[in-house]
Design a protein around this ligand. Structure first.
Ligand code: SF4
Length: 77
């Protein structure tokens, strides 16, 4: 299992929430856009790093996002 990074382009995110049903870690923030647990938000981007077995869920959320706002990549060492 390796660490992975999930980022969301908040400029692109449209609050459609197709991601929520694919990965329960995504939820609605107070401003109507998406958020993730233990994430950093700044500069129009939401970033969280995980080390668990749920990478496939995050990838499904990314695939479901109609505006391609979610990216799942290897975490930088
Ligand atoms: S599916 Fe995409 S546009 Fe919709 S809330 Fe999730 S990240 Fe934002």
């Amino acid at each position: 299992m390796s660490e992975y990074r999930v980022s969301v382009d908040l400029e692109a995110c449209d609050g459609i929430f197709a991601c929520l049903v694919r990965d329960g870690r995504f939820s609605e923030a107070e401003d109507g856009l998406v958020t993730l647990p233990d994430s950093d938000r700044g500069d129009g981007e939401l970033v969280a790093t995980f080390d668990d077995e749920k990478r496939a869920d995050a990838e499904q959320a990314a695939a479901a996002c109609p505006v391609d706002a979610i990216e799942v990549t290897e975490a930088e060492p």
